[in-house]
Design a protein around this ligand. Structure first.
Ligand SMILES: *Cc1c(COP(=O)(O)O)cnc(C)c1O
Length: 398
């Protein structure tokens, strides 16, 4: 499937097997020699050649490693794509897409993209004369108006962070293609279990494997999936040329994570749905941002392009910055931390944490109020999560 390796792929036929089956088996077959079920951690840098230049699919582990090959096949199958590439981090994957660009090219992207994505756009690639326009991606006309003759890439996330804005992937892909640009979607928040952007017309799907796909807050990784053989070949070239590739132990951990992705996501979604409804009724909460709520402006589009609404939500406490800080410090089941997507619940306050780099006036204008709190809802018992939020409110807000 990738790297010219001997084909180890089983059960990655999207038509023959359902998602839950492929998450456990795609890309992985029992070892032929020993019958060992799990993909081995091929802790190995180089490979014996039968004659000079005659190898058995692998020469050097930056170029390709068998543990990585299995992970790449697994991820491609889950996204319903032909080709997968794994990277040492989500940023390594994003950088690889940007490697496709040249000086003088233009990119249209969302004003609320992930902070690290905003940083590599403005602090690395603008220095190479790549131009970026940041727009409200929920408004297709605004995307269309921002496209220029030299626009090569439309880069977007959905749902976005931290207000869970929802972007219509099919409409955005159409705009990109009308202008001869590629459409790339960062699918980290939704995961392929809930949303498969290639089905809606996107060209490239990008992931931080660090989040739901790894799922246990114990590994950093990234991935790209595409149906386009030329793009995949270029991604493989940059994997080898730039070297942001994951080690075999990291690949093993993500393979272990994707096996339980469907059952974890079901519980993440159910807990988030219940917590969102409970917060929505709470007298200390002004607004709840969760695409599963009918009141959420992106609800209809989310219902159309997602199979469920995910485990991320934000809510606005009726509180000052200081009181909201006390609240997120007082939770005991929710851990105060950045990042997301692990089995454990995390909570954070965007204003002084993830979004601290944005000046206050700009931040307020974007709806990121002082009392805004973001939660990555884990898979603990939902009653313990509600009780924890309640006790922290009583401690910090009264
Ligand atoms: C975390 C994250 C990234 C970056 O991934 P790393 O694995 O931390 O490099 C990119 N996009 C989104 C949406 C993320 O949440």
């Amino acid at each position: 499937m990738t790297c010219g390796a001997a084909d180890p792929v089983v059960m990655d036929d999207d038509d023959a097997f359902r998602f839950e089956t492929r998450s456990i088996h795609a890309g992985q077959a029992p070892d032929e020699e020993t019958g060992a079920l799990m993909t081995p951690i091929h802790a190995n840098s180089t490979y014996e050649q039968d004659a000079p230049g005659e190898h058995r699919g692998y020469e050097y582990s930056r170029t390709g490693n068998p543990t990585r090959t299995d992970l790449e096949a697994n991820l491609a199958s889950l996204e319903g794509g032909e080709y997968g590439r794994a990277f040492s981090s989500g940023m390594g994957a994003i950088n690889t897409v940007l490697n496709l660009l040249e000086s003088g090219d233009h990119v249209v992207t969302g004003e609320d993209v992930y902070g690290g994505t905003h940083r590599i756009f403005t602090q690395v690639y603008e220095g190479y004369d790549v131009e970026f326009t940041f727009v409200d991606m929920t408004d297709v006309d605004e995307i269309d108006a921002a496209m220029q003759a030299n626009t090569e890439l439309l880069w977007l996330e959905t749902p976005t962070n931290p207000l869970m804005s929802v972007v219509d992937i099919a409409a955005a892909s159409d705009v990109a293609h009308d202008h001869g640009a590629l459409c790339a979607i960062d699918n980290t928040f939704a995961t392929p279990y809930l949303q498969r952007p290639l089905e809606h017309g996107a060209d490239i799907v990008s992931h931080s494997l660090t989040k739901y796909l790894g799922g246990h807050s114990d590994v950093v990784g990234g991935a790209l999936v595409t149906d386009d053989a030329d793009l995949d070949e270029q991604f493989g070239f940059y994997q080898n040329a730039v070297g942001a590739t994951p080690g075999p132990f990291d690949c093993f951990l993500v393979l272990r994570g994707t096996k339980s992705l469907p059952v974890r996501m079901d519980r993440h979604c159910e807990n988030a749905r219940q917590l969102a409804a409970w917060l929505d009724d709470h007298d200390r909460v002004d607004t709840v941002y969760y695409p599963g709520l009918e009141s959420h402006p992106g609800h209809e589009v989310a219902a159309r392009q997602m199979d469920d609404f995910g485990g991320m939500l934000s809510f606005e406490l009726d509180a000052t910055l200081e009181a909201a800080s006390e609240f997120v410090s007082a939770t005991q089941v929710f851990t105060l931390a950045e990042s997301l997507g692990g089995v454990e619940s995390l909570i954070e306050q965007p204003a002084p944490m993830t979004h601290a780099a944005i000046p206050r006036e700009e931040r307020l204008e974007a709806g990121l109020t002082d009392g805004l709190v973001r939660a990555s809802v884990g898979i603990e018992h939902v009653d313990d999560l509600k009780a924890d939020v309640q006790q922290a409110m009583e401690y910090a807000l009264d």
